[in-house]
Design a protein around this ligand. Structure first.
Ligand SMILES: Cc1ncc(C[n+]2csc(CCOP(=O)(O)OP(=O)(O)O)c2C)c(N)n1
Ligand SMILES: [Mg+2]
Length: 588
């Protein structure tokens, strides 16, 4: 039996059929007809205060749950407001579906009110985008969008919908409902068949290189989380007893408290993770992409290492560093095959002829002992140390707390000082480095995981970019918690000016008390506290953790002169890593 319907109702029904539980969005002229059926839909809609917020909320939701986030906005300025989240999701391979309204199809190209070429503008920041031209194509467009966003290398997909084909008052919106089958979706995308199973011959070669290595390291990136491969990785690491580094995107993919975990490599990675990669004779890159923030100066990166590179996106293999063994495939499936191949070669038993790795292990533990992350406590009367605030936040919050962050020094300290022991607890803007990400992303994460405590650690600069979404959180009763590390500066930029521009500070000072963060947060419906001395830190965090009926903002007054160490200065090799001033005389 055919059901007669219209494009607007079909769009909402298609989202229901995809299992969507929540849409983050804000209506307007072109998308109006799609907002009407939302009233009768079981899907929750969260009304944001700025479309950038909707996009980052959808990303936070996706990062915390593994399910695609959905945002819906109108045409023109709303579509351009969501370009940053699209780009952010594209860089971090986050599954997201964005629906934008468009002017009626016959008006396209006339400079109609709130018209912009959304598909053109977003082409390079989406995995796929499409302007739908006929109402009857809507269900297939939505199915394709979810399929493409979530399969292979995940990413954002945008579906642009002209108003006439969703407006029941317009004959162009009339259609009969149908729901395409999986096969119909697959055959509608003939060029799209992500390879998931690694090539057996390459897996064999990888196993042989791993068995023969003296100084191997697993270089684990965000792809492990996308592939839901954290358990498989743990089995692989424990079987081979090879140490693991987790990049900024992979924090939580392997537990920080595991003896094989070396923590984060890269520009602000710890000494041991950076140096172990640098001196390795084999790097097994699993869902990582040799980002410049990890490699430092490329021609000095890991000079003696052979490379095994596993990635579901063939375009990553050889993009930056030529692999000795390239493997295209889903990280979980490849790791499972690799584990079998390694067992066949005697890994994990005494009957194998792997070289002795005692010396490698002792080099690593020597670096860990000499060069731990370190900072000096503040003297009484001085401003707080951000690292201390983070240690307190971590130890006083539930073990499986989800933490989001903005971009800057506070982000690096959060990645360094938080102990990530669970996958999907780190919600962060890695590739794009988007200031303003944390508040909306934390809200999205909390919507997806209402059972978890969700903290956003934000900078004062970042907070000023998207704080208005706390109005959304208060209205919708989404009890996120925000810790602002208020150093009165665009701190990360200040750090570069201090170190590389002879302390010539240009346009980085923000003021500690303008705005008044406590008043501002209260005006947005939050509970807010200012914290100035070390004794207040713990009790304030405890109080915030007890509140679960509204958002909370804690403003920590932190020391602006504190810098993030270690640091591999831009353009330097990882051998030139600058450690904390108190460690600079130690033998390397
Ligand atoms: C949207 C955007 N604009 C500019 C930058 C460049 N930038 C990177 S970190 C930073 C400073 C961030 O300041 P704040 O939020 O106070 O964090 P802090 O470094 O002080 O912890 C800036 C301006 C960026 N990453 N994103
Ligand atoms: Mg700051």
């Amino acid at each position: 039996m055919t059901t007669h319907t219209n494009g607007g109702s079909a769009l909402i029904k298609a989202l229901e059929c995809e299992g969507v539980e929540v849409i983050f969005g804000l209506p307007g002229g072109a998308i109006l007809p799609v907002y009407d059926p939302i009233i009768d839909s079981p899907i929750r809609h969260i009304l944001v205060r700025h479309e950038q917020g909707a996009g980052h909320m959808a990303e936070g939701y996706a990062l915390a749950t593994g399910r695609p986030g959905v945002a819906m906005v109108t045409s023109g300025p709303a579509a351009t407001n969501i370009v940053t989240p699209l780009c952010n999701a594209y860089m971090d391979s986050t599954p997201m579906v964005v629906i934008t309204g468009q002017v009626p199809y016959p008006s396209i190209g006339t400079d109609a009110f709130q018209e912009c070429d959304t598909v053109g503008i977003t082409r390079s920041v989406t995995k796929h985008n499409e302007l739908v031209t006929r109402a009857e194509d809507i269900p297939m467009a939505i199915r394709q969008a979810f399929h493409i966003a979530t399969s292979g290398r995940p990413g954002p997909v945008l579906v642009d919908i002209p108003k006439d084909i969703v407006d029941p008052k317009n004959p162009a919106s009339a259609m009969d409902w149908y729901w395409p089958t999986d096969d119909e979706v697959a055959s509608s995308l003939p060029g799209y068949r992500p390879t998931t199973k690694g090539h057996p011959k390459k897996i064999k070669e990888a196993a042989e290189l791993i068995m023969a290595a003296r100084r191997p390291v697993f270089y684990v990136g965000g792809g492990i989380l996308k592939a839901r491969a954290a358990e498989a990785l743990r089995e692989l690491a424990e079987l081979t007893e090879i140490p693991v580094v987790t990049t900024l995107m992979a924090r939580g993919a392997f537990p920080d408290d595991h003896p094989l975990c070396l923590g984060m490599p890269g520009m602000h990675g710890n000494y041991t993770a950076v140096t172990a990669m640098q001196q390795a004779d084999l790097l097994v890159a699993l869902g990582s992409r040799f980002d410049d923030r990890v490699t430092g100066k490329l021609d000095g990166f890991a000079p003696t290492a052979k490379i095994i590179h596993v990635d579901i996106d063939p375009a990553e293999l050889g993009k930056v560093r030529r692999p000795d063994v390239p493997i295209v495939g889903d990280c979980r499936l490849v790791i499972e095959e690799l584990v079998k191949a390694l067992r066949d070669r005697g890994a994990g038993s005494d009957s194998n002829d792997s070289p002795d790795r005692t010396e490698w292990r002792s080099s690593i533990s020597g670096w860990q002992e000499r060069f731990p992350l370190t900072y000096e406590q503040s003297e009484p009367g001085e401003l707080l140390k951000p690292q201390y605030v983070l240690e307190q936040l971590r130890s006083r919050s539930p073990e499986d707390t989800i933490v989001a962050s903005g971009v800057g020094q506070h982000q690096m300290w959060t990645s360094q000082y938080w102990k990530f022991n669970h996958p999907y607890t780190w919600v962060n803007s890695g590739g794009l480095g988007t200031m303003g990400f944390s508040v909306p992303a934390a809200i999205g994460a909390k919507v997806g995981r209402p059972d978890r405590t969700v903290w956003a650690v934000d900078g004062d600069g970042c907070f000023q970019m998207t704080a208005q979404e706390l109005v959304t959180a208060a209205t919708e009763r989404i009890p996120v918690k925000v810790a602002i590390l208020n150093n009165a500066y665009l701190g990360m930029v200040r750090q570069w000016q201090e170190m590389f521009y002879e302390e010539r500070y240009s346009e980085v000072y923000l003021s500690p008390d303008l705005p008044d963060y406590v008043k501002w947060a209260e005006a947005m419906g939050c509970v807010a506290l200012r914290v100035e001395s070390p004794e207040e830190v713990g009790p304030a965090i405890d109080k915030a953790n007890e509140i679960d009926d509204r958002p909370v903002v804690l403003e920590f007054r932190t020391d602006a002169s504190e810098k993030v160490f270690p640091m591999v200065p831009s353009g330097m090799t990882n051998d030139q890593i600058v450690v904390d001033p108190t460690q600079q005389e130690l033998p390397r």
